[in-house]
Design a protein around this ligand. Structure first.
Ligand code: GCB
Length: 593
């Protein structure tokens, strides 16, 4: 499914703005027909929760409705007309006037609704989108709806960030030709100074395919005919971390000597592989410095915002980060395109977070019932996970910035059933993309002794909080634990190992002369330094992703003071003291250890 773009054969209209908005408090399942009678309006793109002062909106369980009128441009008579939702979190039903035109489940991947037969070119229609933020044990991420003593429904979930819902990314109306390019897949490589771009163009209908590759000056460097082939690029400029270079591939569909469809794709020529304990980009060892991030800002919730996009990447550069993980869900495509253009490396993660009943047991890690069971992560959960993986990989596989897929965050990989659950998903991911390494972030309860799935993956990514949840305030003990842990994994598997999370909650402005005072800015620095001392003892260690880039919103809870405060930057992107300490280290490392 190609991203809508304006090309010589395709047009698009952006539908962002302020839409009519209402909660659906009724119990039946019929759509809300006609014009919404509501005093409320909501901004798109943005999660709806924090836009209103009414707590009933913030905590709403069930469907909400967004509505606006849309006109199809007059000139689109001969084309197909589609709606594109970049994300509707977590499920959507789309109505054109009163007719149900399409549905989608999964809150962080885009979907199209073909409305060609419902609205003529030049016609106007009422677009209503019902969106549900509900999570059950059969959604990704999973959750549970409980009914409390007063009869009120409550959304419970097992991940540590606020369950924002709504139309958090852009909505588009677009045209595409009836005979068209459906998809493009590229796999790149190089030998000496000659690059290769292996391409496959999927089309609908019989027509000829032509592809051209241009460099950044627009000069043609290679061309070919046919839906599949390999372009060779003499004197290739590789896409490198910190030194992005993008060629532009244009695919054209030709019928009777006429270009009937045309679509451009940015292509970075680079390779990724793991060898022994090394993670290689373009055959050279790569050391990850950076963060687990979140799409999270005040008022917008998970709403995509270009100003925050630009500023966050500025801060990544300033602090010396060369990479980040899209914890804990696929981010807006604009983010990956920006990373492609600016040479930032991305670990692309699914929304499979909370597949772990052990976290309900708190620090004991004892699940109240088995995670992989009929009651929780069952066949339907696994099918939803597989569908989500398909949508993520087909959306993101052409981005040079994406160097690895993270299939889940902190699953119960130490529990019985984990292997049966994950083996088919790993197989599917490798079929969808045979070129990128796979990983998952390993929860602290899953150790080098009891984890059941690590051999299925290519990179060991561990989330460890020695000095915070374990040995909080005792960094000498934390260091000893971490050293033993890393050594254990290194002895168990010959694979690159990295820290995908380590961090300490820090209240900005809280200081102490004693470095062991948790929550202070001094402690955050001391905590990071203690971890780094251990990392630097292991040549097998390939990266450090601090948890988190910035403070972020979480559900209400006694262990969270206005959200998670493990950010190196505050929620409004002010540096805590640790930011400068990290900057000194990372700018010195310069992508290598
Ligand atoms: C974790 C989770 C992350 C949490 C973090 C924390 O292990 O992966 O989502 O926010 O710990 O701060 O507790």
């Amino acid at each position: 499914m190609l991203k809508p773009r304006s090309t010589p054969t395709r047009e698009l209209v952006n539908l962002d703005g302020v839409w009519r908005f209402a909660l659906d408090s009724r119990v039946d399942d019929t759509p809300w027909l006609g014009t919404l009678q509501t005093p409320l309006e909501a901004a798109v793109p943005a999660s709806y929760n924090d836009q209103f002062t009414d707590p009933a909106v913030r905590k709403h369980v069930g469907w909400v409705y967004y509505q606006r009128t849309v006109r199809v441009p007059r000139g689109w008579t001969n084309d197909d007309v589609l709606l594109r939702f970049d994300a509707a979190t977590h499920a959507a039903r789309v109505y054109v006037d009163d007719a149900l035109a399409g549905e989608h489940v999964g809150g962080y991947t885009p979907f199209d609704v073909d409305i060609t037969d419902l609205v003529p070119a030049g016609g106007e229609f009422r677009l209503t989108v019902a969106v549900s933020g509900d999570l059950t044990n059969e959604t990704i991420p999973p959750g549970k709806i409980e009914i409390g003593a007063t009869g009120r429904q409550k959304q419970v979930y097992f991940h540590d960030f606020f369950n924002y819902a709504g139309l958090a990314r852009s909505v588009w109306l677009y045209s595409r030709p009836k005979a068209r390019i459906e998809d493009i897949v590229v796999i790149t490589g190089f030998e000496g100074d000659e690059g290769t771009v292996e391409y496959t163009v999927a089309t609908s209908g019989e027509a000829q395919v032509r592809v051209r590759l241009a460099d950044t000056t627009g000069a043609l460097v290679a061309e070919a005919d046919g839906a599949q082939g390999v372009l060779t690029v003499p004197n290739v400029t590789l896409w490198k971390p910190g030194a992005a270079y993008l060629y532009e591939l244009t695919a054209e569909l030709i019928s009777e000597d006429e270009v009937v469809d045309s679509y451009p794709l940015a292509v970075g020529v680079r390779t990724v592989e793991t060898r022994g304990y090394e993670f290689l980009i373009n055959g050279e060892p790569f050391y990850f410095t950076g963060f687990g991030k979140h799409e999270d800002t005040a008022i917008r919730g998970k709403g995509h915002d270009d100003a925050f996009l630009v500023h966050d990447f500025q801060l990544l550069d300033w602090v010396g980060a060369n990479s980040f993980r899209t914890s804990h869900y696929p981010y807006a495509e604009e983010v990956l395109e920006f990373a492609d253009r600016h040479g930032i490396v991305v670990i692309d993660e699914t929304a499979a977070v909370g597949l772990n009943m052990g976290v309900v047991g708190g620090m004991t890690g004892t699940p109240p019932f088995p995670t992989f069971s009929e009651q929780y992560a069952n066949d339907k959960t696994q099918a939803a996970h597989a569908q989500h993986l398909r949508e993520l990989i087909t959306r993101d596989r052409n981005h040079p910035s994406v160097v690895m897929w993270s299939i889940a965050n902190e699953p119960a990989s130490n529990e019985e059933g984990a292997r049966e659950y994950f083996e088919p998903l790993v197989k599917l991911a490798r079929e969808l993309d045979p070129t990128r390494p796979l990983t998952y972030s390993v929860v602290m309860f899953a150790t080098f002794k009891n984890d059941l799935i690590v051999d299925l993956f290519d990179v060991v990514s561990i989330n460890r909080y020695y000095g915070w949840y374990i040995a909080g305030g005792e960094l000498d003990v934390a260091e000893a634990y971490l050293r033993g842990d890393l050594q254990g994994w290194i002895d168990r598997v010959e694979k690159p190992i990295m820290m995908s999370e380590y961090g300490a909650d820090t209240e900005p402005g809280l200081h102490s002369v004693w470095e062991d005072r948790v929550w202070t800015e001094e402690y955050q620095i001391a905590y990071l330094e203690a971890n780094h001392r251990i990392f630097d003892q292991f040549p097998q260690f390939v990266g450090e992703h601090v948890w988190n880039f910035a403070d972020f919103a979480t559900d209400n809870g006694l262990h969270r003071v206005d959200g998670n405060k493990k950010g190196v930057f505050t929620r409004d992107r002010k540096p805590k003291a640790a930011a400068r300490a990290l900057r000194a280290r990372w700018r010195g490392l310069d992508g290598r250890k």
